[in-house]
Design a protein around this ligand. Structure first.
Ligand code: ZN
Ligand code: ZN
Length: 778
């Protein structure tokens, strides 16, 4: 007994609702230790007492063997005097005070639950709502904190004696699993027709699977909302879904029964395989294999070399897919670009014109959450839409923000972000803030997150665009300090924060649209930036967007504008584009559009790289008009030829140094400390027109490397951050990384948050923190 010790242990992070106390209980008991473990507002506290070697072993194993859903941020220990305790107990929860613990993300059904699901002897055999401390719904059912059953949508269900016994037994794997339930006491399934009337005299799952096999469209209630589901191999069903959903070209995601089927349809490397089976269960974008042609209808992902696949992530999905025994389309339950339906009444109302039947259940979804979208890139995860399975997991930021921040995000692919100290919590995917319903999800979501995280923002960061609904929302708030952030600075800062860096860095921000500080639309930007400010060091030469928004929907207009600009620059307005197919296809309007661009009528100037891609896509005959955002650039990736053809690149010319406008100064823009660089984008379009290159990657990559080289010469900076939606083009990104690395640069890419506008709010948050820190230090 000479070396008996007692140590207090504090564990912070996502440690509640994930089976942490039973884990500590069994680890300590197994090592013969006495003591206690409990939950409080800061996370989990424990005291362990016994042989010094055993206590040491406990501390050694505590983190590495933690339950799968736990996310440990910090473990601290403190020596106490031994009390002579002989038992290990679970202490009662300590309520009240500041809520610093975090609500876990929703998690896919675990292996133990799947075994019970298929075990005829188990009392939850084929029960579509089986879950435990290691899996099941979390974020989407939580109404308030502390995370406890009465504050979830499971409060409507009273546990039966058997479930309650498991819930209260520290040795049970369902100890304090808040959504625990069984066929006797939990939610039930219902199959209805579009009018909400029950269908079929057979079990709902059996009848639902049969409907799908027969080629019908089924609305299925999942974790964060409704999916619209059809048999993936049924051409007529997939086409009908497309027509009824008013979704013309955008690819549908597929849910496949297992990893083996995923490997049949797509190339699945080690990283992609890990992402597919992870408890987050995102949609993983994968290169399509030839075998997919036989199993997947052509209407699923027309003209796409990739497929978005996910594995089942609820017991309901597992059972349904087992019944269909084939891949199914599982696309968001909405019409066109509306938010995904998540309440039964809303789903029945909005989806009735689309779905032939509804597979419902009576466990309410509190927060709407879309499927996340990721891909594997050079052995690591690259998140493109961060939502179900990820939100509301906190991201560590450094340096810490001095005061609590709310960052309102961008207009498209909106997420917002709440940050306090060294923790930033990005919301689930809200969507495009273009209609009342999405705006309501945005404002309700902010309120919900502020309550869950107990954060009262003092700083509110917003985009500079005065017409953005998120910016208008920010300006309507009182009692807070507003921080206006330039869109592309936010992109670069988001990439820095994603990598845990502060800069300064050369930031390449290429995307579709962002409000510039000089009244033009930016989007092909080279910034020299840190978190507090930026210098606009270079950009794609601005061209007119003939017809404004019409030029976004009709990329051929950008081809016309770019070709005309190139002709003017060459001093040869008659050089002509008469022979080009894109002009012949649009001959009727071509002249008027060029005149509009020339005279600057309804033709805002833009340096957008997205519009440059549009022009090239139209020129190459990929798309003259688009029906979803970024379509031209995405489809261009499908047909791009990346082989180098000589050393062709765009002209890079010096222009006078940039003096920021007052709007720019207020947003942290600094005067440029040398001539700014202007990239002749028209050269790239002209090259494509002359068929110098099939597509844009090779010359654009060479040009990016050239500009970064010139900026390195001027600033001495060796790190480049790549951000903006254009870098969703994997082909382009891979080649740019290779080009920059070969030139001796260190390249920062996005991984944890999207490079597109879905990651903007994180950048805004760290910028607000940095500018606040700077202002306070004088
Ligand atoms: Zn489980
Ligand atoms: Zn029960």
């Amino acid at each position: 007994m000479t070396d008996r010790i007692r140590t207090a242990v504090r564990v912070e992070g996502v440690v509640q609702g994930v089976g942490f106390r039973p884990y500590v209980y069994s680890l300590a008991s197994g090592l013969g230790l006495a003591g206690l473990v409990g939950n409080d507002v800061d996370g989990v506290f424990a005291e362990v007492e016994g042989d010094a070697a055993a206590v040491g072993k406990f501390l050694l194993l505590l983190e590495p063997q933690a339950p799968p859903l736990a996310r440990i941020e910090r473990v601290t220990t403190r020596r106490l005097a031994p009390t002579g305790a002989t038992e290990f107990v679970i202490a009662p929860s300590q309520p009240g005070g500041q809520r610093r613990t975090l609500v876990p993300a929703d998690s896919a059904t675990c292996g133990d639950c799947l075994r019970e699901l298929s075990d005829p002897a188990d009392r939850r055999y084929r029960y579509p709502f089986i879950n435990c401390t290691n899996c099941g719904p979390r974020f989407t059912i939580v109404q308030d904190v502390p995370y406890d059953r009465p504050l979830t949508t499971m409060s409507d269900f009273t546990m039966c004696t058997a479930c309650a016994a498991e819930y209260h037994d520290p040795a049970d794997r369902r100890f304090h699993a808040q959504p625990v339930c069984c066929p006797a006491c939990g939610p039930t399934l219902l199959l209805t027709g579009p009018a909400g009337l029950p269908l079929a005299d057979r079990p709902p799952l059996v009848a639902a699977a049969e409907l799908l096999r027969r080629g019908q469209i089924l609305a299925v209630k999942g974790v964060g909302g409704y999916h619209l589901v059809v048999h993936a191999g049924n051409e007529a069903a997939a086409a009908a879904l497309r027509a009824r959903k008013h979704r013309e070209d955008k690819p549908f995601a597929l849910m496949v029964p297992d990893l083996a089927t995923a490997r049949l349809l797509c190339e699945v490397d080690e990283t992609a395989g890990r992402l597919l089976v992870s408890s987050r269960r995102p949609i993983v974008l994968l290169p399509r294999r030839a075998a997919a042609d036989d199993m997947v209808a052509s209407a699923v992902a027309p003209g796409n070399r990739q497929l978005g696949l996910m594995l089942p992530y609820t017991p309901l999905h597992h059972l349904l897919l087992e019944g269909v025994a084939a891949p199914v389309v599982a696309t968001s339950g909405n019409v066109s670009d509306e938010p995904i339906a998540y309440t039964d009444a809303d789903a029945l109302r909005r989806l009735a014109p689309i779905a032939d039947a509804f597979l419902l259940h009576d466990r309410a979804i509190y927060i709407r959450t879309d499927d996340s979208v990721v891909r594997a890139s050079s052995g690591r995860e690259s998140v493109l839409r961060r939502s179900r399975g990820y939100a509301p997991e906190a991201l560590k930021i450094s340096p810490a923000v001095p005061r609590p921040v709310l960052a309102c995000g961008a207009e498209l692919k909106n997420t917002f972000c709440l940050a306090e100290g060294s923790r930033a919590v990005l919301s689930h995917h809200i969507g495009d803030l273009e209609n009342a319903e999405t705006l309501r999800s945005f404002t309700d979501g902010i309120e919900h997150f502020e309550r869950l995280l107990d954060i009262v923002p003092e700083l509110v960061a917003h985009d500079l665009h005065p017409e953005y609904l998120s910016a208008k929302f920010a300006s309507g708030l009182t009692g807070v300090d507003l921080v206006g952030v330039q869109h592309h600075h936010a992109h670069v800062a988001s990439c820095l924060a994603d990598n845990g860096e502060e800069g300064p860095v050369i930031g390449v921000a290429f995307d579709g649209t962002g409000y510039g500080t000089d009244g033009t639309i930016w989007g092909g930007e080279f910034l020299v930036a840190d978190l507090a400010g930026f210098e606009r060091a270079g950009w794609l030469a601005a061209v007119p967007m003939p017809g404004g928004a019409a030029a976004i929907r009709q990329p051929w207009r950008m081809a016309a504008a770019y070709l005309a600009a190139g002709d003017r620059a060459a001093g040869d307005p008659g050089r002509g584009s008469a022979a080009l197919a894109v002009r012949q296809r649009n001959e009727r309007q071509w002249g008027a559009v060029v005149t509009m661009a020339d005279r600057g009528v309804n033709s805002p100037l833009t340096s957008s790289a997205g519009r440059l891609f549009d022009a090239v896509a139209a020129l190459l005959g990929v798309q003259d008009s688009i029906n979803y955002e970024g379509q031209a650039a995405i489809e261009l990736e499908q047909c791009a030829d990346v082989s180098e053809r000589g050393a062709y690149r765009a002209s890079v010319t010096d222009t006078s140094a940039v003096k920021p406008s007052s709007l720019g100064e207020a947003a942290g823009q600094r005067p440029s400390r040398g001539p700014a660089l202007v990239v002749g984008g028209a050269d790239l379009v002209q090259a494509a027109a002359e068929d110098l290159v099939a597509g844009i990657p090779a010359p654009l990559i060479a040009t990016i490397v050239t500009v970064c080289g010139k900026l390195r010469d001027r600033t001495g900076l060796h790190a480049v951050a790549l951000s903006g939606g254009v870098f969703q083009n994997l082909l382009l990104t891979d080649q740019v990384v290779t080009g920059l690395s070969d030139a001796g640069f260190r390249v920062l890419l996005h991984s944890r948050v999207p490079c597109n506008d879905g990651g903007i709010s994180l950048g805004q948050a760290v910028i607000a923190g940095a500018r606040d820190r700077e202002a306070r230090s004088g």
